[in-house]
Design a protein around this ligand. Structure first.
Ligand code: SAH
Length: 223
Protein backbone atom coordinates (compact mmCIF):
# COMPACT_ATOMS: atom_id res chain seq x y z
CA UNK A 1 0.00 0.00 0.00
CA UNK A 2 3.04 2.22 0.50
CA UNK A 3 2.92 3.63 -3.01
CA UNK A 4 -0.74 4.55 -2.76
CA UNK A 5 -1.20 6.22 0.61
CA UNK A 6 1.92 8.37 0.98
CA UNK A 7 1.37 12.09 1.23
CA UNK A 8 3.26 15.38 1.23
CA UNK A 9 1.88 16.49 4.60
CA UNK A 10 0.38 14.81 7.64
CA UNK A 11 -3.04 15.82 6.42
CA UNK A 12 -2.63 14.32 2.96
CA UNK A 13 -1.06 11.12 4.35
CA UNK A 14 -4.05 10.55 6.65
CA UNK A 15 -6.52 11.59 3.93
CA UNK A 16 -4.91 9.08 1.51
CA UNK A 17 -5.05 6.29 4.09
CA UNK A 18 -8.76 7.02 4.51
CA UNK A 19 -9.37 7.25 0.77
CA UNK A 20 -7.74 3.84 0.29
CA UNK A 21 -9.91 2.29 2.99
CA UNK A 22 -7.04 1.79 5.44
CA UNK A 23 -8.78 4.15 7.86
CA UNK A 24 -12.55 3.66 7.93
CA UNK A 25 -13.49 5.29 11.21
CA UNK A 26 -13.66 9.03 11.64
CA UNK A 27 -12.38 8.92 15.23
CA UNK A 28 -9.20 7.20 14.03
CA UNK A 29 -8.85 9.69 11.20
CA UNK A 30 -9.16 12.66 13.54
CA UNK A 31 -6.75 11.18 16.08
CA UNK A 32 -4.12 10.59 13.37
CA UNK A 33 -4.70 14.08 11.93
CA UNK A 34 -3.86 15.54 15.35
CA UNK A 35 -0.45 13.86 15.64
CA UNK A 36 2.15 15.12 13.17
CA UNK A 37 4.17 12.05 12.17
CA UNK A 38 7.13 14.36 11.41
CA UNK A 39 7.54 14.86 15.15
CA UNK A 40 8.24 11.14 15.47
CA UNK A 41 9.80 9.92 12.20
CA UNK A 42 13.27 11.36 11.51
CA UNK A 43 12.94 10.82 7.72
CA UNK A 44 10.21 10.46 5.06
CA UNK A 45 7.57 11.14 7.71
CA UNK A 46 4.66 11.30 5.27
CA UNK A 47 5.45 8.08 3.40
CA UNK A 48 3.31 5.08 4.18
CA UNK A 49 6.31 2.98 5.20
CA UNK A 50 8.28 2.16 8.35
CA UNK A 51 11.33 4.34 9.09
CA UNK A 52 14.41 3.67 11.23
CA UNK A 53 14.50 5.56 14.55
CA UNK A 54 17.84 4.23 15.84
CA UNK A 55 18.60 1.41 18.31
CA UNK A 56 17.47 -1.14 15.67
CA UNK A 57 13.93 0.10 16.10
CA UNK A 58 11.54 1.47 13.50
CA UNK A 59 8.45 3.61 13.61
CA UNK A 60 5.83 1.33 12.05
CA UNK A 61 4.12 2.21 8.78
CA UNK A 62 1.09 4.51 9.05
CA UNK A 63 -1.25 1.84 7.62
CA UNK A 64 -0.18 -0.51 10.46
CA UNK A 65 -0.81 2.17 13.07
CA UNK A 66 -4.21 2.78 11.46
CA UNK A 67 -5.04 -0.94 11.51
CA UNK A 68 -4.03 -1.22 15.17
CA UNK A 69 -6.29 1.71 16.12
CA UNK A 70 -9.21 0.45 14.06
CA UNK A 71 -8.90 -3.03 15.57
CA UNK A 72 -8.70 -1.77 19.16
CA UNK A 73 -11.28 0.99 18.62
CA UNK A 74 -14.28 -0.58 20.41
CA UNK A 75 -12.13 -0.56 23.57
CA UNK A 76 -10.64 2.91 23.04
CA UNK A 77 -13.55 4.71 24.62
CA UNK A 78 -13.13 8.02 26.46
CA UNK A 79 -11.49 7.32 29.82
CA UNK A 80 -10.04 3.95 28.77
CA UNK A 81 -6.71 2.65 30.04
CA UNK A 82 -4.22 1.50 27.39
CA UNK A 83 -0.77 -0.13 27.33
CA UNK A 84 1.48 0.40 24.29
CA UNK A 85 4.25 -2.23 24.40
CA UNK A 86 7.39 -1.34 22.43
CA UNK A 87 6.39 2.30 22.25
CA UNK A 88 9.53 3.26 20.28
CA UNK A 89 9.01 6.69 18.74
CA UNK A 90 5.91 7.34 20.86
CA UNK A 91 3.80 8.09 17.77
CA UNK A 92 1.11 5.49 18.36
CA UNK A 93 1.07 6.22 22.09
CA UNK A 94 0.12 9.81 21.18
CA UNK A 95 -2.59 8.71 18.74
CA UNK A 96 -4.03 6.32 21.33
CA UNK A 97 -4.06 9.17 23.87
CA UNK A 98 -6.14 11.25 21.48
CA UNK A 99 -8.60 8.38 21.17
CA UNK A 100 -9.12 7.85 24.92
CA UNK A 101 -9.16 11.57 25.71
CA UNK A 102 -8.09 13.52 28.79
CA UNK A 103 -9.86 11.16 31.22
CA UNK A 104 -8.01 8.17 29.76
CA UNK A 105 -4.49 6.89 30.43
CA UNK A 106 -1.90 5.52 28.02
CA UNK A 107 1.34 3.91 29.20
CA UNK A 108 4.10 3.52 26.59
CA UNK A 109 6.69 0.95 27.62
CA UNK A 110 10.03 0.30 25.91
CA UNK A 111 13.13 -1.50 27.17
CA UNK A 112 15.63 0.96 25.68
CA UNK A 113 16.02 4.08 27.85
CA UNK A 114 17.09 6.42 25.01
CA UNK A 115 13.88 5.46 23.16
CA UNK A 116 11.78 6.07 26.29
CA UNK A 117 13.37 9.52 26.47
CA UNK A 118 12.99 10.09 22.72
CA UNK A 119 9.27 9.28 22.83
CA UNK A 120 8.67 11.86 25.55
CA UNK A 121 10.85 14.37 23.69
CA UNK A 122 8.91 13.77 20.45
CA UNK A 123 5.59 14.21 22.18
CA UNK A 124 6.72 17.42 23.86
CA UNK A 125 7.19 19.01 20.42
CA UNK A 126 3.48 19.94 20.39
CA UNK A 127 1.56 21.86 23.00
CA UNK A 128 -1.11 19.18 23.12
CA UNK A 129 1.55 16.54 23.68
CA UNK A 130 3.16 18.53 26.50
CA UNK A 131 -0.22 18.80 28.21
CA UNK A 132 -0.76 15.04 27.97
CA UNK A 133 2.65 14.39 29.56
CA UNK A 134 2.20 17.02 32.29
CA UNK A 135 -1.24 15.75 33.28
CA UNK A 136 -0.12 12.13 33.43
CA UNK A 137 -2.55 11.14 30.66
CA UNK A 138 0.51 9.72 28.88
CA UNK A 139 3.45 8.15 30.63
CA UNK A 140 6.55 6.56 29.05
CA UNK A 141 8.26 3.93 31.19
CA UNK A 142 11.25 1.61 30.83
CA UNK A 143 10.72 -2.10 31.26
CA UNK A 144 10.34 -5.51 29.68
CA UNK A 145 7.05 -5.19 27.86
CA UNK A 146 6.61 -8.98 27.74
CA UNK A 147 5.71 -8.69 31.41
CA UNK A 148 3.31 -5.82 30.78
CA UNK A 149 3.15 -2.99 33.32
CA UNK A 150 1.18 -4.30 36.28
CA UNK A 151 1.27 -0.93 38.12
CA UNK A 152 -1.40 0.53 35.86
CA UNK A 153 -3.29 -2.70 34.99
CA UNK A 154 -5.90 -3.81 34.08
CA UNK A 155 -6.09 -2.35 30.57
CA UNK A 156 -9.03 -1.95 28.23
CA UNK A 157 -6.62 -2.30 25.31
CA UNK A 158 -3.03 -3.45 24.82
CA UNK A 159 -1.05 -2.75 21.66
CA UNK A 160 2.17 -4.65 21.04
CA UNK A 161 4.49 -2.96 18.54
CA UNK A 162 7.10 -5.74 18.21
CA UNK A 163 6.74 -9.41 17.28
CA UNK A 164 6.31 -11.71 20.28
CA UNK A 165 7.95 -15.16 20.26
CA UNK A 166 4.87 -16.56 21.99
CA UNK A 167 1.54 -15.44 23.43
CA UNK A 168 2.75 -13.88 26.69
CA UNK A 169 0.39 -14.82 29.50
CA UNK A 170 1.29 -11.74 31.58
CA UNK A 171 -0.16 -9.49 28.88
CA UNK A 172 -3.45 -11.39 28.63
CA UNK A 173 -3.63 -11.40 32.44
CA UNK A 174 -3.44 -7.59 32.44
CA UNK A 175 -6.42 -7.19 30.09
CA UNK A 176 -9.75 -6.12 31.53
CA UNK A 177 -12.79 -8.34 30.94
CA UNK A 178 -13.83 -7.21 28.38
CA UNK A 179 -10.57 -6.07 26.85
CA UNK A 180 -8.61 -6.49 23.63
CA UNK A 181 -4.97 -6.90 22.60
CA UNK A 182 -3.41 -6.35 19.15
CA UNK A 183 -0.18 -8.34 18.94
CA UNK A 184 2.16 -9.59 16.21
CA UNK A 185 3.25 -13.16 17.02
CA UNK A 186 6.11 -15.14 15.43
CA UNK A 187 5.21 -18.48 13.89
CA UNK A 188 8.26 -20.13 12.31
CA UNK A 189 9.56 -17.68 9.70
CA UNK A 190 6.26 -15.86 9.61
CA UNK A 191 4.58 -13.31 11.83
CA UNK A 192 0.86 -12.75 12.12
CA UNK A 193 -1.25 -10.15 13.84
CA UNK A 194 -3.47 -11.70 16.48
CA UNK A 195 -6.45 -10.11 18.16
CA UNK A 196 -6.75 -11.47 21.67
CA UNK A 197 -10.17 -10.81 23.17
CA UNK A 198 -10.87 -11.27 26.85
CA UNK A 199 -14.62 -11.59 27.18
CA UNK A 200 -16.80 -10.43 30.04
CA UNK A 201 -16.73 -13.91 31.61
CA UNK A 202 -12.91 -13.85 31.59
CA UNK A 203 -12.51 -16.37 28.75
CA UNK A 204 -9.87 -15.54 26.13
CA UNK A 205 -10.25 -15.91 22.37
CA UNK A 206 -7.41 -15.48 19.84
CA UNK A 207 -8.04 -14.58 16.21
CA UNK A 208 -5.35 -14.52 13.51
CA UNK A 209 -5.67 -11.53 11.19
CA UNK A 210 -2.87 -11.20 8.58
CA UNK A 211 0.87 -11.64 8.00
CA UNK A 212 3.27 -8.83 8.99
CA UNK A 213 6.95 -7.98 9.45
CA UNK A 214 7.82 -6.38 12.78
CA UNK A 215 11.10 -6.12 14.70
CA UNK A 216 11.14 -8.79 17.44
CA UNK A 217 10.20 -8.36 21.09
CA UNK A 218 13.52 -9.34 22.67
CA UNK A 219 15.68 -9.33 25.77
CA UNK A 220 17.02 -5.83 26.48
CA UNK A 221 20.40 -5.14 24.85
CA UNK A 222 23.34 -4.69 27.29
CA UNK A 223 23.60 -1.04 28.44
N1 SAH B 1 5.24 1.36 18.07
C1 SAH B 1 6.62 1.76 17.82
C2 SAH B 1 7.39 0.55 17.32
C3 SAH B 1 8.84 0.65 17.59
S1 SAH B 1 9.76 -0.78 17.02
C4 SAH B 1 6.62 2.86 16.78
O1 SAH B 1 5.85 2.78 15.83
O2 SAH B 1 7.45 3.79 16.90
C5 SAH B 1 9.56 -1.89 18.35
C6 SAH B 1 9.99 -1.40 19.69
O3 SAH B 1 9.89 -2.47 20.61
C7 SAH B 1 11.44 -0.90 19.78
O4 SAH B 1 11.42 0.42 20.22
C8 SAH B 1 12.10 -1.83 20.79
O5 SAH B 1 13.05 -1.17 21.62
C9 SAH B 1 10.89 -2.30 21.59
N2 SAH B 1 11.07 -3.58 22.28
C10 SAH B 1 11.58 -4.73 21.80
N3 SAH B 1 11.56 -5.69 22.75
C11 SAH B 1 11.00 -5.13 23.86
C12 SAH B 1 10.71 -5.60 25.19
N4 SAH B 1 10.98 -6.87 25.57
N5 SAH B 1 10.14 -4.75 26.05
C13 SAH B 1 9.85 -3.47 25.70
N6 SAH B 1 10.12 -2.96 24.49
C14 SAH B 1 10.68 -3.78 23.56
Amino acid sequence: MAWRSSGTSNESLVANLARNGLITDNRVKEAMMKVDRAHYAPSSAYEDSPQPIGHRATISAPHMHASACETLLPHLTPGARVLDVGSGSGYLTAVLANLVGPSGTVIGIDHIQPLVDMAAHNMAKSEEGRKMLDSGQVKFVKGDGRKGWPEAAPYDAIHVGAAAAEHHQALADQLKAPGRMFVPVEEGHMQHIYVVDKKEDGSVEKKKLYGVQYVPLTDAPPE
